[in-house]
Design a protein around this ligand. Sequence first.
Ligand SMILES: C[S@@+](CC[C@H](N)C(=O)[O-])C[C@H]1O[C@@H](n2cnc3c(N)ncnc32)[C@H](O)[C@@H]1O
Length: 395
Amino acid sequence: MATELDLAITKACELISDTSKLVRVVLSGRRRNMTVPFERIDLRPVSIKDGINLQISQNDGRVTTVKNVAPKDFQSRTYLEMGYANILVEHTSGALSIRITKKGEAQVHEEKGAREQNLDHDRKKARLLDSSDPFLIEVGISDADGRVKPSRSDKYLQVEEFLRLLVPTLNSAIEARQINKPTAESPLVIADLGCGNAYLTFAVHQYLRRIDMPVHVIGIDIRPESLKRNTEIAKKLGISKTIEFKAEAIDQTSLTSCDIAIALHACDTATDDAIAWAVNGGAKLLLIAPCCQHDLQTQMSQVPEPWNLLTKHGLMKERLGDLMTDALRAQILKLVGYRTEIIEFIGGEHTPRNIMIRAVLTNAKAEAKDIESYKKMLEEWKIDPALSSRINLEI
Ligand SMILES: C[S@@+](CC[C@H](N)C(=O)[O-])C[C@H]1O[C@@H](n2cnc3c(N)ncnc32)[C@H](O)[C@@H]1O
């Protein structure tokens, strides 16, 4: 007998096959014990010279690849049964959403309401942050006419792309109940560590509030000038109740914990302070884009052979040190119960520091082989990463 999930998928396939009414399909999240090839897949009908095609946008957490296929060649059931936990099919008179629970059961929800079809095939990437938003003018990213200043355009894009990753990661964590759904009484607490001029801090606050997510955002930076400037901007924008700043060193901050820790280019070991503070306070989600790092480079003096082939070149030694630092940070996070990924959050043309460590607290127990490879790496290279002494690793 067909299960509720089979029936729901058959219904979704029927809706997808009617391209005259299909608006879009979104596949996201991962079913328990299944792996999916992309973090998210978006599908929509587009009009090209041969007629209607289905445009498939596949995002691997870093880049989106797009391809068009003829509807007759699109295997909708294969896609829907690939392992995604959330399936959304929107059509011109409503939407069907299927959430597949950890037990493999379907929670099916149908909604009525008109939706518009947009068949343009080269829709421009929609910006999350309108350049004329008053906060962007106040923080100095946009000029008084609401245009992004050329000198600030890389920072604007870094903040945009950071948000573009934060929002789906946060939504997935809420759906998976790794983070409680925030309410006005219990808003999501987000700490931006090493916030500097608070471009990201304000962006996260403004964007999440705009999508009706109750938040309390705290920007922490060691420099008192940052506190003064950012507090004045918050006052001017009338948002002082839900955003605040502290002039404190990350490792000595008076803030004890947060739900989400973010850091964009906190210098050198300030990134380790940020990760350690977040982990020790039980943060559920970390999005950390590290900056320059010197900690391991200075320790790499007894290089195991044949790695000398790389480290004899100063430039390569530096890059290897950067990679090892972030690889060990990711491994430590894994060992203390975070599902951790290293992704590129923006193209290298906008910043050479374009790696992000994304970690979600799952409390999974460390596996012996992961402990072993971590220890072996430290032993062979005679190194001790800054993060290890800041976190109680118990291994
Ligand atoms: C490169 S800036 C990045 C600022 C901001 N996140 C951005 O992307 O524009 C690094 C910031 O980290 C701050 N910082 C460095 N070490 C810190 C520490 N130990 N505690 C708090 N802030 C620190 C610096 O004062 C500086 O404002």
